[in-house]
Ligand binder design. Sequence first.
Ligand SMILES: *Cc1c(COP(=O)(O)O)cnc(C)c1O
Length: 365
Amino acid sequence: MKIDFANLQLQYQTYKENIHRNIQAVLDKSNYILGEEVQKLEEELQKFTGAKYAITCSSGTDALLLALMAIDIQSGDEIITTPFTWISTGEMIALLKAKPVFVDIETDTYNIDANLIEKAITKKTKAIMPVSLYGQPADIDVIKDIANKYNLKVIIDGAQSFGSTYNGKMDSNLGDISTTSFFPSKPLGCYGDGGAVFTNNEEYAKKIKSLRVHGQNKRYHHQYIGIGGRLDTLQAAILLAKLPNFKKELKDRQKVADQYTEKLSKTFQTPIIKANRTSAWAQYTIRVKNRDNLQLNLKEKGIPTSVFYPVPLNLQECFKYLKSKYGDFPISDQASREVLSLPMNSFLKKEEVDFVFRSIDKINS
Ligand SMILES: *Cc1c(COP(=O)(O)O)cnc(C)c1O
């Protein structure tokens, strides 16, 4: 048996007819840039998330950049975030010459430890940027209370968590601004790069729409320094073909997660989803002491696994100037040594999940 980590080929085969029809419609109209499919997708995303404004863009990374630019982050501003994330989170802060201020994570959810945030606030702090890692939102109520107390904005990096909830509210509808990514292997992926920014604030929405097209407010008139950050109409067409199936995909991912947890929770620390939250299950991640050994053995059996992430942001060469060292964020350091993500997608069959579990059991005994 050969297991596929994300099953993008099977996903395409499943939705082929609708995807081809939608792509063909764009080709027939040649409306490649901000065509009506983009508008339609944004309406559907608003309906799906409950957010008043959904603005699609060129990637999850650009979504973060647009969000930070919308709240007018300037050189020298500080943004509190997690070191245990994909590079984009800290990178976009640094790109604007602001400073990422890292605080450690929780051992169970791998998300920013909300109880450590207040200590990291200074006069320069402008925003808190939690990441909904592996698909589960951080403790947003606590984070929002702190933000309100110190008059800070909350930007949620929801690149991995589209469709997840906190107290019944969608992840995309939790922050002052929330973002997501449509990178192919994310829970809702397109077939190239794509992303979206969500907000309930009309002023931010207007500004983000303008920033997305070089700060233009009317043609050839540029109010802001912006970026070329549009989502291709073709990608919007593909997402429109996939979105109607997404609720079912989330349920299927939950089923796969439940199967893994049932089998693995006796031996490993399996994912812990808090009672007031649901996960979009971007990843199913366990903790393993002898990770390299298990990973290698699984690979030999045809089971791909991944490590998200082997090096926390504070220890990356590009952030050397922050002068952070190993041990500054011990929970994050430990997670980077121990986490292992197993194949996770809505197309995994029960036999395949069983095969993964049995293989791990055999290697482990
Ligand atoms: C994937 C990811 C991003 C970036 O998304 P892209 O669409 O690849 O630019 C940002 N943050 C996190 C946490 C991610 O996982």
